[in-house]
Design a protein around this ligand. Structure first.
Ligand code: FES
Length: 164
């Protein structure tokens, strides 16, 4: 239970909102739940819903909307390729397909070495710079714009080497 694991932090978060609007604490609670393992476990998700008296579906919809929240474990890096319409018009779907082929994964899958999970996401506010993706890791987020599959594979190789 989140409240048992981090009692002071949960108390501090809930204290910021009037009791009748405690549902507004969902984002900081999700952030807290995700901090440890990089994603929100099913237990934490239910826990947050119960604490805020909202449905699990509402919590899931918030996780699904924001690319910075995750409900599944991933590789060391999350490569989130925008495939929304403006990016699709600039070749994002083809880029994603070829990239997945090169990495030997399906969309949503993780490379065999556990380094990269490739995801398709909605607009990342770089619509004129597709193909583009954001790369998330414990170190933060990087944007990579106007990418090619070759340059992306070079980046992946560099990430693999930096791990060694
Ligand atoms: S549609 Fe891809 S960044 Fe906006």
């Amino acid at each position: 239970m989140l409240a048992e694991k981090y009692p002071q932090e949960v108390k501090k978060i809930l204290a910021k909102y009037p009791p009748e609007q405690k549902r507004s604490a969902v984002m900081p609670l999700l952030y807290l739940a995700q901090r440890e393992s990089g994603y929100v476990t099913k237990e934490a998700l239910k826990d947050i819903a119960a604490m805020l008296e909202i449905t699990s579906t509402e919590v899931v919809s918030i996780i699904g909307f924001y690319t910075l929240f995750h409900d599944e474990k991933a590789g060391k890096y999350r490569m989130q390729v925008c495939t929304d319409l403006p990016c699709a018009l600039r070749g994002a779907d083809k880029f994603l397909e070829e990239l997945c082929g090169n990495l030997g994964v399906k969309v949503g899958g993780t490379t065999a070495d556990g380094m990269v999970t490739v995801e398709a996401v909605m607009c990342l506010a770089a619509c004129d710079k597709a193909p583009m993706f954001q790369l998330q890791s414990a170190d933060g987020i990087e944007y990579h714009e106007n990418m090619t599959v070759d340059r992306t594979m070079e980046l992946v190789e560099a990430l693999r080497k930096s791990k060694a």
